[in-house]
Design a binder for this molecule. Structure first.
Ligand code: FES
Ligand code: FES
Length: 141
């Protein structure tokens, strides 16, 4: 618990980008990426508002059930994504999410992996690419 940085605690307690996207304008599209299972527990749903002409992420929102690190990682992810080109967003790694938070305890890195995977799912949906299943160990016990 006390391994968390101040930024993790701040983002956990006071996230700004929680929720869904409801305001859509002409030329904008919303895509959603989901990992985990909302019904079961740890789960993260990421909503992106993309401006189709410029291929830019105009807004990003999340709905996350999980621990403090998962909420903080989700908030960090949305902040990192807003204003980015879709092509650049695709390069984002879970390590960058963790670094943005000033680091995560090693056993909590999988919470940032959830963010990265939800992003991948959302972008694959946007591009019409089938979503690949991740077989590798993500640190989950
Ligand atoms: Fe899915 Fe309990 S409801 S593991
Ligand atoms: Fe399961 Fe963080 S979401 S430990």
């Amino acid at each position: 618990m006390w391994d968390y940085t101040d930024k993790v605690m701040e983002y956990f307690q006071n996230p700004h980008n929680q929720g869904t996207i409801t305001d859509l304008e002409e030329g904008e599209k919303v895509v959603t990426g989901e990992v985990g299972s909302i019904a079961c527990g740890d789960a993260l749903r990421l909503h992106l508002k993309i401006d189709e002409a410029t291929q830019t992420i105009k807004d990003a929102r999340f709905q996350t059930f999980g621990c403090a690190s998962a909420i903080a990682s989700s908030e960090a992810l949305t902040e990192l994504l807003i204003g980015k080109k879709v092509e650049d967003a695709m390069q984002l790694t879970n390590r960058q999410i963790a670094d943005y938070l000033g680091g995560l305890p090693e056993e909590k890195m999988h919470c940032s992996v959830m963010g990265q995977e939800a992003l991948e799912a959302a972008i694959h949906t946007y591009k019409g690419i089938p979503i690949e299943v991740h077989e590798e160990d993500d640190g989950r016990l």
